[in-house]
Design a protein around this ligand. Structure first.
Ligand SMILES: Cc1cc2nc3c(=O)[nH]c(=O)nc-3n(C[C@H](O)[C@H](O)[C@H](O)COP(=O)(O)OP(=O)(O)OC[C@H]3O[C@@H](n4cnc5c(N)ncnc54)[C@H](O)[C@@H]3O)c2cc1C
Length: 444
C-alpha cells in the first residue's frame, strides 16, 4: 500500500516529521509557498540544541552556531536589572534562520522527501469531517494524512469545518505582533549586551536590544497591532537607553506574528494533525517554538508509523496529542496563565515586584532544558521570606497573583485530566473546558 503523506507549509516541525516518515518508507511531499532560497526570516534564532538530536540531526558545523549569552531584564523604571545566569551546559544555541532551514531541508531531501516550493496552499479538501487533501495554487492534491505546518495563520486549520472542533485563531492575548530590525552599531557597550525591557514606551509587551559585534538587533513585541507610530516611539525609547544602536537598518525590518498562548486544545482530526505554530506550540511567555516543533515532529512521526493499518483517524492520531501534552503541553499551558498575568499587571506593579525582590533574576534564568512553569519560576525556599515581605504591603498585587494562582491550579488539574482515549464527546467537553478556563481568566 502506498504510504502517502502531505505536509502543508514548510514549518520546522513539518519538515522534520517529513524526513522521519520518508526514512520509514512513506511518500512525503511538502507544499511550501516560498521559494527554497527564500525560506524563513532574515535573522537569527535561539533554541535548545537537543531538539535536533530528537529528529535525527546532530549539532550543525561549528561555524554555523554559537551559544546564547545571558540576558538582562529591565522593568519599566529600569531601577533593578535582573541578570540571568544560565549554567554553561544548559545554554541554548543561536543560528541564522536560513541555516536552520537549509539543514532541515537538505536532511529531508536526503531521506527522500519531495518539495514543491512556490506553491501556496489555500485550504483543506474535506470528505465529510475527514481531511482528504489540500487545495493549492497548482491544483488539488490528495493523501490519507495531511500534516499542517503552515504556521499561526494556517489556511488549512482556519478552514476546517466547525465539526472538527479545532480553534481557528489564537484569540485575545494569544499572539504577539512583532517588529524586528537589525541596526548598525555606533558605540561600545561594556556589560549586559542582551537586554529585555518590559512595557517598552508604556506598551503592553516587550522590547529587546541585543548588541552584537557589528549590529544591534531590536525587537518590539506587543499584544495589539503595531502602527508605524508605535514602532517609532518604542524604537526611540530603546535607542535612548541603548545609544550604541544606530539608525541604519541592515537586516530584518519586518512585522510578523508569534503565538504566545496555551497549545491548541484539539490538534488532530481524521486525516489531519497540526504541528508547530499551527498548533500554537511556542513557549507562551517568550515565543520560542523551534525546539518544541522538532520534538513534536518525532511524536507525530512515531504515531503515524505505529498506525500500521494506515487509518489516520482521530482514534489513532490522538496518541500524538497525548504524547505532546504529556511531554510539553502540560508544562506550557500553565505558562500561558503567567503570560496573562503580565497583561494584567500595571507598569508600577511590575516595577514593585522587581524592586522588592518578589520577582528575581533566578525566576528568569531559563535554560535549554526548560519545559514548564517550574523551570521558569524556580523559587528557592531561601528567597521566600523576602518575597512574602515584599508582597505583604501590596494587597492589590496579591489579589492579582491569587487569581492567577487559582487559574494555574485549574489548568494543571485540567491538563492532567486529558482523556486517555479518543471519544469525541469526551474530548470536545475537555477542550471546551480548557478554552473556558483561559477565556474566563482573560476576561477577569
Ligand atoms: C520575530 C520572531 C523571532 C522568533 N525567535 C525565535 C527564537 O529565537 N527561537 C525559537 O525557538 N523560536 C522563535 N520564533 C518562533 C518560531 O519562528 C516558531 O515558533 C517556529 O518556527 C515554529 O513555527 P513553524 O515552523 O511551525 O511556523 P512558521 O515559522 O510560520 O513556518 C510556516 C511555514 O509555512 C509556510 N506557509 C504559510 N502559509 C502557507 C500557505 N498558505 N501555503 C504554503 N505554505 C505556507 C510559510 O512560508 C513557512 O515556511 C520567533 C518568531 C518570530 C516571528
Amino acid at each position: 500500500m502506498v504510504k502517502k503523506i502531505i505536509v502543508a507549509g514548510g514549518g520546522h516541525g513539518g519538515i522534520a516529521a517529513a524526513a522521519l516518515l520518508a526514512a520509514n518508507g512513506f511518500d512525503v511531499t511538502v507544499y511550501e509557498k516560498n521559494k527554497r532560497d527564500n525560506m524563513g526570516y532574515d535573522w537569527t534564532d535561539i533554541f535548545a540544541p537537543d531538539a535536533l538530536e530528537r529528529v535525527g540531526l546532530g549539532l550543525p558545523p561549528e561555524d554555523k552556531y554559537e551559544y546564547k549569552k545571558n540576558m538582562t531584564f529591565y522593568g519599566p523604571s529600569a531601577n533593578t536589572p535582573l541578570r540571568q545566569d544560565v549554567a554553561e551546559d544548559n545554554l541554548e544555541i543561536k543560528m541564522e534562520r536560513s541555516d536552520i532551514y537549509e539543514m532541515l531541508i537538505a536532511h529531508a531531501e536526503k531521506k527522500g522527501v519531495h518539495f514543491e516550493f512556490g506553491c501556496e496552499v489555500y485550504g483543506p479538501i474535506m470528505s465529510g469531517n475527514r481531511v482528504v487533501g489540500i487545495q493549492t495554487e497548482n491544483g488539488d492534491f490528495y493523501a490519507p494524512m495531511i500534516i499542517d505546518a503552515c504556521g499561526i495563520d494556517s489556511p488549512v486549520r482556519r478552514r476546517l469545518p466547525a465539526a472538527c472542533g479545532i480553534e481557528k485563531a489564537p484569540g485575545r492575548f494569544g499572539k504577539f505582533i512583532v517588529y524586528r530590525a537589525f541596526y548598525d552599531k555606533v558605540g561600545k557597550i561594556v556589560d549586559d549586551p542582551y537586554r529585555v525591557y518590559f512595557f517598552p514606551a508604556g506598551r503592553k509587551g516587550i522590547g529587546w536590544v541585543a548588541t552584537e559585534e557589528d549590529t544591534t538587533d531590536m525587537l518590539i513585541g506587543c499584544f495589539d497591532e503595531l502602527s508605524e507610530n508605535d514602532i517609532a516611539e518604542v524604537s526611540a525609547e530603546l535607542r535612548a537607553k541603548n545609544p550604541q544602536m544606530g539608525n541604519k537598518i541592515l537586516r530584518g525590518d519586518a512585522i510578523v506574528k508569534i503565538p504566545v498562548r496555551q497549545p491548541l486544545a484539539v490538534m488532530i482530526a481524521d486525516g489531519y494533525a497540526a504541528i508547530g505554530d499551527s498548533a500554537f506550540m511556542t513557549v507562551p511567555v517568550i515565543g520560542s517554538g523551534i525546539a518544541n516543533s522538532l520534538k513534536a515532529a518525532r511524536m507525530l512521526a512515531d504515531t503515524i508509523i505505529e498506525d500500521e493499518d494506515r487509518v489516520y483517524s482521530c482514534e489513532t492520531l490522538w496518541k500524538y496529542q497525548l504524547r505532546y501534552y504529556k511531554a510539553l503541553g502540560a508544562g506550557l499551558a500553565p505558562l500561558a496563565c503567567v503570560k496573562l498575568l503580565l497583561t494584567k499587571l500595571t507598569p508600577e506593579q511590575l516595577d514593585y515586584l522587581i524592586d522588592n525582590h518578589v520577582l528575581t533574576a533566578d525566576d528568569l534564568t531559563i535554560g535549554a532544558d526548560a519545559t514548564g512553569l517550574g523551570d521558569f519560576l524556580s523559587m528557592s525556599p531561601a528567597s521566600l521570606p523576602d518575597r512574602i515581605k515584599g508582597l505583604a504591603k501590596r494587597p492589590d498585587i496579591i489579589k492579582k497573583l491569587l487569581s492567577c494562582g487559582k487559574t494555574l491550579v485549574q489548568v494543571v488539574a485540567h491538563t492532567t485530566a486529558l482523556p486517555a482515549h479518543w471519544e469525541r464527546r469526551k474530548v470536545f467537553a475537555w477542550a471546551a473546558n480548557y478554552c473556558r478556563i483561559f477565556r474566563n481568566y482573560c476576561q477577569q
